[in-house]
Design a binder for this molecule. Structure first.
Ligand code: SF4
Length: 232
């Protein structure tokens, strides 16, 4: 187990990169789990993923994008019809308002296209830094750290930060990892959070980074029982 009180900044950087490499071996297929074909679809799907699973979003988006395939179509959509399609994703009224608002904002201010700058993306309704970084990293290839609930929790457990502020966590994590790894390192942490390092009871006994983790032992330590808890 890692003693954080003795860890220098350089040692922490090295440890974070070793953790990331180990997670890359464990999750070679780590990726964005939302289905999308272009930046517009990823932007909308990411907004819809709030408070629900990517699986549920992926069930709703084929019909959504078949009926309203671009910003102009969504901007002119009948909200009642969009609500019906988005109902299974939860909070469907707020999400309908957000995605129609995104369509309108894209048409009015960005020529119907998704902008490539974070400063512009965060001006869209329902779009914060988390969503903006998902779009930049996965649709435009611009490295970005996505601080979702898993990245937030794992950054604490791994001793990368003591902050609760996603903007601070994004900066601290960004300083530990190479910029070119930001997008994929985020996916790997999210995969680890979904499959092994669960919120309530992590499977520490089956964790590939237990020797590098200051929180190792907060969850199930028995290797057999921990292995049975793994998902995916
Ligand atoms: S599963 Fe346990 S050992 Fe692995 S990262 Fe999470 S808290 Fe640390």
């Amino acid at each position: 187990m890692t003693d954080l009180t003795l860890e220098t900044p350089l040692a922490r950087t090295r440890r974070a990169r070793r953790v990331d490499r180990a997670l890359a071996v464990r999750y070679p297929d780590a990726r964005c789990e939302l289905d999308f074909r272009n930046p517009f679809e990823l932007l909308v799907a990411t907004v819809l993923s709030a408070q629900t699973t990517d699986v549920r979003v992926n069930l709703a988006t084929p019909e959504l994008f078949a009926r309203w395939p671009d910003a102009a179509a969504l901007a002119a959509a009948d909200p009642t019809e969009v609500e019906d399609v988005l109902r299974p994703t939860g909070f469907f009224r707020a999400k309908t308002r957000a995605v129609i608002g995104i369509g309108q904002a894209l048409v009015e201010r960005f020529g119907g296209e998704v902008p490539r700058r974070i400063e512009d993306l965060v001006t869209l309704p329902g779009v914060g830094r988390k969503t903006a970084n998902v779009v930049l990293g996965n649709a435009f290839g611009v490295p970005g750290i996505t601080v979702d609930t898993h990245v937030q929790r794992l950054s604490h457990r791994l001793g990368y930060t003591t902050s609760e502020d996603p903007v601070v966590i994004e900066a601290e994590l960004g300083a530990l990892l190479e910029r070119r790894e930001w997008t994929m390192a985020s996916h790997r942490l999210i995969f680890h959070g979904r499959r092994t390092c669960f919120a309530r009871r992590p499977a520490c006994g089956a964790c590939p980074v237990a020797a590098l983790c200051p929180s190792a032992g907060v969850g199930e330590t028995d290797p057999v029982r921990a292995a049975e808890m793994l998902k995916g």
